[in-house]
Design a protein around this ligand. Structure first.
Ligand code: AP5
Ligand code: MG
Ligand code: ZN
Length: 215
């Protein structure tokens, strides 16, 4: 199964891809997670990406295209992959098509999560992430067993640097201007699976799985 998860900031791409990763036994590839790890490690790529991410802007296409091209060639992608947050521009989508042709692979579906703007802001401001293992939570919708502590590893839960009002607004703008056109791009390719992302985490997962079976 070769999948893309598309959706605005806070739509649940990360949450759903982790569940799909378990369900299908194929890796989640989040360009956001890879970039945040590079920033944390102060690699040359991380240093370059940081200012874009802090401002809520997209990192230049050539950086993320390079990351995904290399990642798709790793052995754990042999049975499939779940791309979370990539592609985000038409040039990225074109570059992905080229990589897939080279690898003799094809996309099965592009899952587009639909969530209204008020719910997105509520999800982003309440999101907490484990500093140690990266597991995601929400203070109201998916709380840890003990406040501020990861239920999986006991690590400290923190807010993401870009989950603040002004940056959220800019990320939403970037989504509407640069990423939303991909819905039409993949609709024309016959790959778009539109999913109502407004219900609970488990229900959304079920809707995705049912939709994938039917597609
Ligand atoms: P990235 O990390 O991808 O951020 P994003 O797209 O803004 O998306 P988020 O991770 O914020 O949201 P999500 O959809 O994963 O939601 P989540 O599941 O966490 O990218 C960050 C930055 O990196 C970009 O701004 C850019 O600078 C750069 N970048 C990354 N990829 C790039 C690319 N391809 N090109 C260029 N630049 C790139 O859910 C959110 C919260 O809601 C959680 O707390 C969760 O528990 C909760 N939740 C989830 N589902 C539900 C539900 N159904 N009901 C209630 N709560 C829910
Ligand atoms: Mg995410
Ligand atoms: Zn943890």
């Amino acid at each position: 199964m070769n999948l893309i998860l598309l959706g605005p900031p806070g739509a649940g791409k990360g949450t759903q891809s982790v569940l799909l990763e378990k369900h299908f036994g194929i890796p989640q590839i989040s360009t956001g997670d890879i970039l945040r790890a590079a920033v944390k490690a102060s690699t040359p790529m991380g240093v370059k990406a940081k200012s874009f991410m802090d401002a809520g802007n997209l990192v230049p296409d050539e950086v993320v295209v390079g990351i995904v091209r290399e990642r798709l060639q790793e052995s754990d992608c042999a049975n499939g992959f779940i791309l979370d947050g990539f592609p985000r521009t038409v040039p990225q989508a074109d570059a992905l098509n080229e990589s897939l042709v080279q690898l003799s692979r094809e996309l099965d579906a592009v899952v587009s999560l639909q969530v209204d703007i008020h719910a997105l802001v509520e999800r982003l401001t309440g999101r907490r992430t484990c500093k140690e293992c990266g597991k995601g939570y929400h203070v109201t919708f998916d709380p840890p067993a003990a406040d501020g502590t990861c239920s999986a590893c006991g690590g400290e839960l923190v807010q993401r640097d870009d989950d603040h009002e002004e940056t959220i607004r800019r990320r939403m703008q970037a989504y509407h201007q640069q990423t939303a056109p991909l819905e039409e791009y993949y609709r024309l390719a016959g790959l778009l699976l539109t999913v109502d992302g407004m219900s609970g985490i488990e229900d959304v997962q079920q809707t995705i799985l049912t939709g994938l079976q039917a597609s």
